[in-house]
Design a protein. Structure first.
Ligand code: BGC
Length: 746
């Protein structure tokens, strides 16, 4: 049977147009592969650390393995490649996969933090360095970028995301992919990227990981899919299917998603890997009756490679023999997997020579990590301009909190290969900065961010009481976000709020730095502190970045890539919500404490909001303060009316009216007033990071093609509809200069 099928495979490949060296080689190779070897290419095993198990070695020798994940010791990886290349019958090299999410040895801010930089160049640089460092271990494939739209801060994986907005996520997702893959995959230091998790994974019910998602097709296409389409168009090497159930069909068995949308509609030519055992989980979902059925559903949907579980190895031969699947389905998958190996240059050079790559954690990598952390911090409050602190005017500084000097926790989630011994903490950085100037006293006050023990509060209070300023470094430990680490309450954990209360009573001004993997509900804390700098999990160089910001060696410029709710009950709350038929307004809003007793039901409120909290978020998407001020003047639009296909030019005069040099992120939002399906109240369509010296002005110009105004209509056709549009240019989703234009009917 094998030889017949092999013949079919080669004739199918032969039907390709002009044979290139690559197709010729693949045709030759595939014609020699047995069914088992083909299925082997579709199987990914996991490594066990330095020691290669006999089972793995043997499986590689027998051609049962296409890829190995989580093996990162260079000599082990090279040995795995040797087994594949020298001891298997056909000598096909391996894809070596690893979750390189926000750094390898040098850890950059978590992706949500990187997104707060609104800087594609920064995101690209971080990914490029991550790839260079990962490549020194023989890794040639990362499972990133994660471009799941994330509108629920309870979800632990929001930390790994690029935030709530389809446009921002698309731009930064493409930048990350370009950083990983470089301009040529076969170049030293380029690694294949993986767009995950296709699709809708971020919309799990109540922010629980792995849970069900119900996303109407129109919303899926307008909100959740655009980042995936963007990276597919930009050439991402692979996709990963989501664990979650999408509208009743788990993504891993979802043929509509994997084949109709991804392959047929988008013409995507890379391959799709399942998530970790997500094929077996098709039975747990209650979608397949057993593992054989699950293998059938997955392969039929278009999952080319199985991660960790072995349903393909175990059942595809029988499914083929029974005629339930076709050899062409196998050939198509194998061809794409081999193609990637070819593109990576693995057939020519399967082994890694780390001496050809830069040393990990070198000074340049650390500098870029520091710059990225500086750009990603968001200044949320700065009462009376307490920041930046003037070191020379201070006598004594108190540094308080469990995260001030914790080299591990500042790294955040997914840092398999990051070592906290390289981290530079806030305490050490502030100490360095203050040395010879003010005295510094540090009290941890709590064992961890989750502690409830207040025994050390007294010491912290006494230290703060005699200081000129208390810098409190609080937040979430890294284990509180990331995969499967979701929270129902998203306030500061443990007794951190009580710690703030205690320090606030001393009357010493408080500068609060928060490190966290998600937005936190900090409304109640705000009045008690003078400044808040939100630092996410800032990575290896978090300490020096934060110290530079606090003491004015750098100016904050990050903007929120996700809305901060006042209360968890507002979730999901995001800037691009629909208007509804009864939008909340200041006039209609009433708080429950202000409702007279026995009021008739319809006399108050009657708008889309809650009675126990204001309808606005605590901090909107796009928000972030600076040490300087920016003014927007003279908005100009090139057209009042234009036709579909034309481009609107918009510009605004941006002035740095303060006394500090700074960077502003100018954001362009639109609202399509009437649509055949209702449109969001605002949509981000472009942004620019602009560097401006104090007192200087610059015209910030955008070209808005009407294609960018297109959306999927009721019939799932993408169209730019004629009609009236509003437009805003400003420094946040809730402010900005306003303009109007119209797209005329043809
Ligand atoms: C995660 C993926 C990850 C994979 C491999 C899964 O649990 O959902 O995002 O790439 O593990 O580590």
């Amino acid at each position: 049977m094998s030889s017949n099928l092999s013949f079919k495979a080669s004739s199918e490949l032969n039907s390709c147009a002009v044979p290139t060296a690559q197709t010729e080689m693949l045709i030759g190779l595939m014609s020699r592969m047995s069914i088992e070897e083909k299925i082997g290419q579709m199987s990914q095993f996991f490594g066990h650390g330095e020691h290669i198990s006999e089972h793995l070695a043997d499986s590689i020798r027998h051609g049962r393995v296409g890829s190995v994940l989580n093996e990162v010791k260079l000599h082990t990886v090279n040995e795995l490649q040797r087994l594949a290349v020298e001891e298997s019958r056909l000598g096909i090299p391996l894809l070596i996969g690893r979750d390189v999410i926000h750094g390898f040895n040098t850890i950059f801010p978590i992706p949500l933090g990187q997104a707060a930089s609104w800087c594609a160049e920064t995101v690209k640089q971080c990914a490029h360095i991550s790839a260079l460092e990962a490549a020194t271990s023989g890794v040639n494939w990362t499972f990133a970028p994660m471009i799941d739209i994330s509108r629920d801060p309870r979800w632990g994986r929001i930390a790994e995301s690029l935030g709530e907005d389809p446009y921002l996520c698309s731009v930064l997702g493409v930048a990350m992919l370009e950083g990983f893959q470089g301009d040529e995959l076969h170049k030293n230091g380029s690694i294949a990227a993986c767009a995950k998790h296709f699709a809708g994974y971020g919309a799990g019910e109540s922010g629980r990981d792995y849970s069900t998602t119900n996303i109407p097709e129109n919303e899926l296409r307008n909100v959740y899919l655009p980042p995936f389409k963007a990276v597919a168009d930009a050439g991402v090497a692979t996709f990963m299917s989501a664990f979650s159930d999408l509208n009743g069909v788990p993504a891993t068995g979802n043929k509509w998603l994997m084949t109709e949308i991804l392959r047929e509609e988008w013409q995507y030519s890379g391959f799709v890997v399942s998530d970790w055992e997500s094929i077996v989980q098709l039975t747990t979902h209650g979608f397949s009756k057993d593992n054989k059925d699950a293998a059938y559903e997955a392969v039929d949907a278009g999952i080319d490679m199985e991660m960790v579980s072995t349903t393909y190895l175990d059942h595809l031969p029988d499914l083929l023999a029974e005629g339930r699947i076709d050899i062409q389905q196998i050939n198509t998958a194998v061809k794409k997997i081999l193609q990637l190996k070819w593109q990576l240059g693995l057939f020519d050079s399967p082994y890694t020579d780390a001496s050809l790559l830069p040393e990990p954690l070198n000074a340049e990598h650390l500098q870029i990590a520091k710059d990225a952390a500086i750009k990603s911090c968001v200044l949320l409050k700065n009462e009376q301009n307490i920041l930046p602190l003037a070191a020379e005017k201070l006598n004594s500084v108190a540094v308080i909190g469990p995260l001030a000097d914790d080299p591990y926790e500042q790294l955040g989630t997914w840092i398999f290969d990051g070592d906290s011994q390289h981290s530079q903490t806030c305490l050490t950085a502030i100490e360095k900065l203050l040395s010879g100037k003010a005295s510094l006293n540090h009290v941890k006050a709590m064992e961890t961010s989750r502690s409830h023990d207040q025994a050390d509060f007294k010491h912290a209070v006494a230290t703060a009481a005699t200081a000129d300023v208390a810098i409190m470094i609080l937040g979430e430990e890294s284990i509180l976000s990331g995969e499967a680490h979701c929270r129902a309450e998203i306030g500061l954990p443990g007794c951190q709020e009580q710690l703030i209360d205690a320090i606030a009573k001393t009357g010493t001004p408080i500068v609060l730095v928060i490190m966290a993997g998600r937005p936190l509900t900090i409304e109640a804390i705000l009045p008690k502190v003078d400044a808040v700098l939100f630092a996410w999990h800032p990575g290896t160089m978090g300490g020096p970045a934060i110290a530079d910001l606090l003491f004015g060696n750098a100016c904050p410029s990050g903007k929120l890539p996700v809305t901060f709710p006042r209360k968890v009950g507002q979730v999901p709350i995001y800037y691009g919500q629909k208007h509804s038929g009864k939008p909340a307004t200041e006039a209609s809003y009433v708080h429950m404490d202000d409702i007279p007793v026995h009021s008739p039901q319809t006399s108050l409120g009657m708008a889309a909001t809650h009675l126990d909290t204001h309808f606005s978020p605590l901090f909107p998407f796009g928000f972030g303060l600076s040490y300087t001020q920016f003014s927007y003047q003279n908005i100009e639009l090139s057209h009042k009316t234009l036709r579909a296909g034309e481009t609107l030019r918009v510009r605004v005069l941006l002035t740095n009216t303060g006394e500090t040099d700074g960077e502003e992120i100018t954001q362009l939002y639109i609202r399509d007033l009437v649509g055949s399906v209702t449109r969001p109240v605002k949509e981000l369509k472009d942004f620019k990071r602009v560097k401006l010296a104090a007192g200087k002005s610059e015209w910030v110009t955008f070209e808005l093609s009407t294609h960018k105004l297109a959306f999927y209509d009721r019939n799932m056709q993408i169209k730019t509809e004629a009609g009236q549009f509003h437009l805003w240019l400003g420094g946040c989703s809730q402010t900005g200069l306003h303009g109007e234009f119209e797209i005329a009917d043809d």
